[in-house]
Design a binder for this molecule. Structure first.
Ligand SMILES: O=C(CO)COP(=O)(O)O
Length: 242
């Protein structure tokens, strides 16, 4: 399965951040990675410009969220069709920060994922347990419930990202055994063509070992995707791993 290394810039990046995209593309010069997909999800303010400027380059551009409906009276929201029109290839849905900050339920996440598919794009559907849930031995149960509630029943391509909430932005990661156990579980619950990403404190120093875990088909990277010097080695760590 072709790995997907995705960067989620979250609410970071002004126009000047294009220098990081350009630095990343320069690093790929002459060896565009056709054995893996590289994706950057900048803030919506940068998406259309980045997608048009870098359309023929080694990277793809995605979005971090969408509204479930096509258009209408939803001030401040952006539909999946608008993101497709702006040049997005993927849309992250159900990130734990949106589940926490905006009260998004599994049902909301599923309707957003369906909207992404309706627009002809690929959803990256995020799931993951809190620290309390892991310590209580409930990680598989919690993620299983999120999967059952958030994944559209479809034969179309979807991507699932396992992001333990307690590993995001903390420098903490599960053991490789725990990542492997969760990804084996995800594999058993998702269509065979589903790429399964790990996310949560992926850095240049740990990417290779995480990406080598069975059924880890890529990474969803937050902080380390903001700088080309950090993101590039993570992309390179995926080479030949799958
Ligand atoms: O939330 C994440 C990506 O969506 C992970 O963030 P960090 O890589 O900063 O831990």
């Amino acid at each position: 399965m072709k790995p997907l290394i995705a960067g989620n810039w979250k609410m970071n990046g002004l126009q000047a951040a294009r220098c990081e995209i350009e630095a990343l593309i320069r690093k790929f010069a002459g060896s565009a990675p056709d054995d893996r997909d590289v994706l950057i999800c900048p803030p919506a303010t940068l998406l259309a410009n980045f997608a048009s400027e870098y359309a023929d380059e080694a990277i793809q551009i995605g979005a971090q969220d969408c509204h479930a409906e096509t258009s209408g009276a939803h001030t401040g929201d952006i539909s999946a069709e608008m993101l497709a029109d702006a040049g997005a290839a993927y849309v992250i849905v159900g990130h734990s920060e949106r589940r926490a900050d905006h009260g998004e339920t599994d049902q909301v996440v599923m309707s957003k994922a369906q909207a992404v598919l309706r627009a002809g794009l690929t959803p990256i559907i995020c799931v993951g347990e809190t620290r309390e849930q892991r310590e209580a031995g409930k990680a598989l149960d919690v993620v299983g419930t999120q999967l059952a509630g958030s994944l559209p029943k479809t034969g179309e391509e979807i991507v699932v990202a396992y992001e333990p909430v307690w590993a995001i932005g903390t420098g903490l990661t599960p053991t490789l055994e725990d990542i492997g156990e969760m990804h084996d579980f995800l594999r058993s619950k998702t269509p065979v063509n589903t790429r399964l990403l790990y996310g949560g404190s992926v850095k240049p120093g740990n990417a290779k070992e995480i990406l080598a875990v069975t059924n880890v088909n890529g990474a969803l990277v937050g902080g380390a995707s903001l700088k080309a010097d950090d993101f590039y080695p993570i992309v390179q760590a995926s080479t030949g791993q799958m």
